[in-house]
Design a protein around this ligand. Structure first.
Ligand code: 3PG
Length: 208
């Protein structure tokens, strides 16, 4: 993959799959809506199987694993067919395990020191999490001048109400969020609603 993870779509859908039979229809609905990227969180027992099914059955989508919180999960996600990895934080063991997979990945940071440590480790693209709880767009705006090398995918508390504010910042490539696949919409198997939410998100403009 040559393209940066931050420059593919304005919004990376962060998805929690409870029912394995929903995995492929969700992925297809996102592609149909114009968001051919999915971050499938490793928060449910079916998550790895969901990644495997999407990787096998929906070739048009870039499927990644999110909520990588232990080194072992990086390898499990790779083995399931994940094409990228996202972690809400970063420890030396976690970043080493993600690097070992050879997959593109976004380690998480929420403080200036964490950002600096990741820059030292060779990263320039990071997840900013939990975005709203850690200072939101104001935090990113404030660190752009002293730390211009870092670019972010902020996630956590982002919705249609504030996504554009983040996307207008020079150090934000895209945002992540679960608002495109709300639990109630997935429970209703309302794939048209997922496509409509994806379509609206795909039209958000980025400046970075
Ligand atoms: C994540 O893992 O990135 C977040 O849980 C997504 O946050 P949100 O549900 O507030 O969009």
């Amino acid at each position: 993959m040559t393209e940066s993870l931050l420059d593919r779509v304005p919004v990376i859908p962060v998805v929690v799959v409870e029912n394995i039979d929903h995995a492929v229809p969700i992925a297809r609905a996102l592609v149909k809506g114009g968001l051919p990227v999915i971050e499938l969180t490793l928060r449910t027992p079916v998550a790895l199987d969901a990644i495997e099914r999407i990787a096998a059955e929906v070739p048009d989508i870039l499927v990644g694993a999110g909520t990588i919180v232990t080194p072992g999960q990086a390898k499990q996600a790779f083995d399931a067919g994940a094409q990228f990895l996202v972690s809400p934080g970063s420890t030396p063991n976690l970043t080493a395990a993600m690097r070992d997979t050879g997959l593109p990945h976004l380690p998480g940071a929420a403080t200036v020191s964490e950002v600096l440590a990741l820059l030292e480790a060779g990263y320039s693209e990071l997840k900013f999490f939990p975005a709203e709880a850690s200072g939101g767009a104001n935090f990113l705006k404030s660190i752009h001048s002293p730390v211009p090398a870092a670019r972010f995918c902020p996630t956590g508390g982002i919705s249609t109400a504030n996504a554009s504010t983040y996307l207008s910042l020079p150090n934000v490539g895209c945002v992540g969020g679960s608002w495109i696949t709300p639990a109630a919409v997935l429970a209703d198997e309302n794939w048209d609603a997922v496509s409509a939410l994806a379509s609206a998100a795909s039209e958000l403009k980025t400046t970075a």
